[in-house]
Design a protein around this ligand. Structure first.
Ligand SMILES: [Zn+2]
Ligand SMILES: [Zn+2]
Length: 279
């Protein structure tokens, strides 16, 4: 298990990476471009190569790419759908330039069409795009809080998409705050054990590739996505301790996406996770 943070690009990649490295950050997640824009600027190969070298030099790995929030593979609007496909394709290519093994994607919003048709459209879209994606980059479906018509808040929905492809094609990124908001009990050791057993039955735990370690400001089952610093939210530390202490692969990233990124909270949250891992 490697502990890390979502690294903001504001303030400079190098400066931010050196700062979090000082706090013992071992892995990072970044946006490949502006997360709220449809178009990505053309890749600056020199800058990307510098970033890759620095991460290698500081032994920060793996690099995880989070895709833009705008992408909705379940969109009913042909225009949004096409734009979503192009941006995801571009993100997969960009991840390859970073040597990043994973791109994290929110499954999508069905917009009223219903869960089943929404999931089917997501599967069909991924099937079509897959052949064009670079080798060595895997798409990870992130569980959602399930607000509105968001897909992928339950293990069954994630499994529906994941199991539509040959084993190992896709993976899952588990966000604790989203899971909590969707009703899963990440607040107790028992709850976490039960969740992981259910995950194993639905998809197999070998498909769980990245953890997003976030406490939640909101009540369990509220379907609202509000991250909080570790130990200060509604989830509390017992579940985090249990989740961290599973026998994960040595390179499994556990990444913080808590508010006030770029401040001292990165250090405090990393220390909080490390203490739970060790005690
Ligand atoms: Zn996310
Ligand atoms: Zn997340």
């Amino acid at each position: 298990m490697r502990l890390g943070v979502h690294l903001p690009l504001k303030g400079g990649f190098a400066a931010n990476l050196k700062r979090v490295k000082n706090y013992g950050c071992e892995t990072i997640q970044i946006f490949a471009g502006n997360p709220t824009a449809w178009k990505m600027a053309a890749p600056n190969h020199e800058e990307i190569n510098k970033r890759v070298s620095l991460a290698r030099e500081l032994s920060v790995y793996p690099v995880v790419i989070h895709s833009a929030y705008l992408i909705n593979l379940a969109s009913r609007s042909p225009d949004f759908h096409e734009k979503s496909i192009s941006l995801l394709d571009e993100t997969m290519m960009r991840a390859s330039l970073y040597g990043a093994p994973y791109v994290v994607l929110h499954v999508g919003n069905h917009g009223g069409a219903g869960i089943e048709p929404g999931l089917e459209q997501v599967v069909a879209t991924i099937s079509r795009s897959l052949p064009g994606w670079p080798d060595g980059v895997k798409l990870l479906l992130e569980n959602t809080a399930g607000g509105g018509t968001a897909l992928g808040s339950s293990l069954e929905e994630l499994a529906h998409v994941l199991n539509s492809f040959p084993k190992g094609t896709l993976g899952v990124c588990l966000d604790t705050a989203h899971g909590w908001a969707a009703g899963y009990d990440f607040g107790s050791a028992e709850g976490v054990k039960e969740f992981l057993e259910q995950f194993e039955r639905c998809m197999g735990l070998e498909n769980l590739c990245v953890l997003h370690m976030n406490d939640a400001k909101v009540a369990r089952g509220s379907r609202v996505d509000r991250h909080e610093h570790i130990g200060l939210g509604q989830i509390g530390v017992d579940g985090f301790r249990e989740l961290l202490r599973q026998s994960w692969a040595p390179e499994m990233p556990a990444i913080l996406e808590t508010p006030e990124m770029g401040s001292d909270w990165d250090r405090r949250n990393l220390e909080a996770l490390r203490s739970l891992l060790q005690v």
